[in-house]
Every structure is written in C-alpha cells, then in structure tokens.
Design a protein around this ligand. Structure first.
Ligand SMILES: Cc1cc2nc3c(=O)[nH]c(=O)nc-3n(C[C@H](O)[C@H](O)[C@H](O)COP(=O)(O)O)c2cc1C
Length: 364
C-alpha cells in the first residue's frame, strides 16, 4: 500500500478494519487473541475504561508539546513499539518494517529475540532508538552473547520478559490449528526461561554495561525487588493478556507500582493501550512510556511501514487534542488529579476501543 492510500485513513478504526481485511484468520487470531478465557486481556481495556478525565480550563493551550524522553533521548511521543514475536505474520519484513516506521515517525522500538530478521539485520535497517528483549533459551554464556551483541549493535537497553515462565494456552490459535512457523525454534530451550530467577538479573547487572528492563512486572512487591537489583526500567505488563489469565488490567496495577518505585526507576506500561486518551491516562498515572503491541501490528497489517506511521500520526493527533482539552500544554503538567475513577461503559475486549468496527467503514 502506498503513502497516498494510507493517508486516506482518517481514524484508527479504519486502520483496524483494513488490518482485519488483509489478514488471514490464523494471523488475525494470533494477533487479537489472549490466554484461555481472555479475562486478563479484557481487563486491560476495562481498567482503562474505568478511568475518566477531570479537565481544567482557561490555561492557554494554544501551543502543545507531545514529545517526551526515552532513556534520556528525545522522542516524538511517550510510546514505544512493544516487542512482537513473529511480526512477519503481519508484514513480510517483520521487525525491519517496524524499525523503518519507528525511525520515520520518531519513536523507539523494542526488538523481540523471536522476530525476524534478527538483532543485527534489524539494527542495520534504520537509525532508530532501539532496545532489545530476550526470551532466555540457553545458559548464562548464551545470555551473555546476546547482551554483547545488543550493545555492539546500538541497543540502548536489555529487556528480560519475566511473565513467561511457561508459554500459555492461546485458544484461538489452538482451535484454529494455527501453526506458527517460529514456535518450534522459540520453544526449544524453554526450560531456561522457566528457571530464571533474580540471580540472573544480578548476574547480568554485574557483567554488562546496559540498562536493564524487566517486562511483565505486575505487583508492587516485585517492583521493589527489581529496584533493589538496580533495574532501570520496571515495565508493567501482562503481555497483553496473552500469558496468565485472570490477572488484573495493567492500568489497574500501575498506580501501586509507581508508588512503590517512588522515582527510583522508570516505569513503563502496556496492555490494551489503543488510543491517545489511553496514553494520556498512563502518563498521568506516573508511567514514563507506553508500549504499543497490537496497535503497532494492526498498523503494519493495514499498510506496511506507511500504515504504522499513519497509526502513530493518528495517535499523536488524539494525544494532542486530549492534552488541550485537559488544559495541559505538555505531559509534564499531567498529574493523577486529572483522573477520576468512573463506571466503565460498554463491552471490553481487544478491539472495544474501536466501536465502529461492526459498521461498514468502506475499507474492506
Ligand atoms: C502478536 C504478539 C506477539 C508478541 N510477542 C512478544 C514477544 O516476543 N516478547 C514479549 O516480551 N512480548 C510479546 N508480546 C507482548 C507485547 O510486547 C505487549 O506486552 C502486549 O502486546 C501489549 O498489549 P497490547 O497488545 O494490548 O498493546 C506479543 C504480543 C503480541 C500481540
């Protein structure tokens, strides 16, 4: 799809509709699905939809700054492209397409170790702010090798995903008999991930000169332990509801973790963040950065690099409008006082942020 086609997307809803039209049922179910009953996944949206805004007025918002910093570097929005295994299901170029979009728009990318074309080739694709995420599939020497390669190829931090001691039961994939080509390779050595403990975090800390991100922290207790291990980034996540079922929504656990961390580390979050208002809520709750998982894949599936860039442009526009209507000229002005608990409206699912989807959006 060329640039002129993707600029015809005037809403994120159209991008999601186009992605659905473009993807075969297998990749679509893989993208949209969660674990077992998908309760955690729905709670991600429920938690966000249970927060309302308290707008302030008459504050001269004629100039609004939606930029932020990411590990000390300026970025266009306080978001990152979350790590996605098998991204090549949504764009043949996989993580290379995401890297191009990230560089073109100006947001960071976190590369998954189970995504093509891999650590070196993705780094060579585009000059973007990048961090690396590892699923541990080997012994300490194996991990050290990834750490060295990540640093040598310009990755600014190293992430262990810690919510994946076992691969979960993704029932949409199972029912659809969707065979993920990369799963066999990713499954080999899974016992190393299962055996992961705080000792390995300490070991990595002692041996590598790279900030550490722990992705999949869901309690204040673990956030506290992580801070005591010198971890630079506490990444609050339930893997988009794809791992432990019957967990809480990410936005629901975020405030307690922000309070526990108390500024001693950065707090990032993901899980159900699909709209500009969602991002604004996370920052007002004290997160520094919001991970986009499914939304990034939907952009790629809708129109490749241009589709993802367009999704980010629309997100930016939603964020800008939200800040103005809240009476804030930058993210720095947001506080929890801009938010209040409120009864949620409607249904909650992976796609419930796009209520027009059932209607003919003219994109199919
Ligand atoms: C298709 C897909 C593949 C994913 N692969 C990985 C992965 O390889 N590593 C990882 O840490 N998280 C992975 N995740 C989780 C995302 O990084 C992120 O935590 C989650 O998607 C955020 O929720 P959201 O999709 O609602 O934005 C994956 C998510 C999806 C949707």
């Amino acid at each position: 799809m060329n640039d002129s086609t993707t600029t015809e997307f005037l809403t994120l809803q159209e991008i999601v509709a186009a992605a659905r039209a473009n993807l075969a049922p297998g990749p679509w179910g893989y993208l949209i699905g969660g674990a077992e009953t998908e309760t955690t996944q729905r709670r991600n949206r429920l938690a966000l939809d249970s927060i309302a805004f308290r707008p302030r007025v008459l504050r001269d918002v004629s100039t609004v700054d939606t930029t932020s910093t990411f590990l000390g570097r300026k970025v266009r929005l306080p978001v990152l492209l979350a790590p996605i295994g098998g991204m090549e299901s949504f764009d043949p170029a996989g993580a290379a397409a995401a890297a191009r979009a990230a560089a073109q728009f100006g947001v960071p990318q976190m590369l998954s170790s189970v995504c093509q074309p891999g650590l070196e080739a993705t780094a060579a694709t585009a000059d973007t702010v990048r961090v690396f995420q590892l699923y541990v599939r080997g012994d300490d020497d194996w991990v050290d090798d990834w750490g060295r390669r990540a640093r040598a190829h310009g990755y600014k931090a190293f992430c262990f995903t810690v919510d994946s001691a076992s691969y979960s039961r993704r029932e949409r994939d199972l029912v659809g008999r969707f065979v993920k080509p990369w799963r066999a390779a990713a499954a080999a050595g899974a016992k190393f991930q299962a055996a992961l403990s705080w000792d390995q975090v300490k070991r990595f800390r002692d041996r590598h000169d790279l900030p550490i991100i722990l992705k999949g922290i869901a309690t204040a207790e673990d956030a506290e332990i992580a801070v005591r291990h010198g971890v630079e980034v506490i990444y609050v996540s339930n893997h988009g509801g794809r791992q432990l079922d019957h967990g809480l929504g990410s936005a629901a656990v975020l405030p307690a973790i922000v309070a526990a961390v108390g500024g001693r580390a950065e707090v990032w979050v993901d899980g159900g963040f699909m709209r500009g208002t969602d991002v604004v809520k996370a920052i007002a709750l004290g997160a520094r950065c919001v991970g986009l998982g499914r939304l990034a894949c939907l952009g790629l599936a809708a129109g490749g690099v241009a589709g993802l860039v367009r999704a980010l442009e629309l997100l930016e526009e939603e964020i800008r409008i939200c800040l103005m209507l809240l009476g804030a000229t930058s993210f720095a002005e947001l506080t929890p006082a801009h938010l209040v608990a409120a009864p949620p409206v409607g249904e909650h699912s992976a796609l419930s942020a796009f209520p027009l989807l059932g209607e003919d959006l003219g994109t199919a």
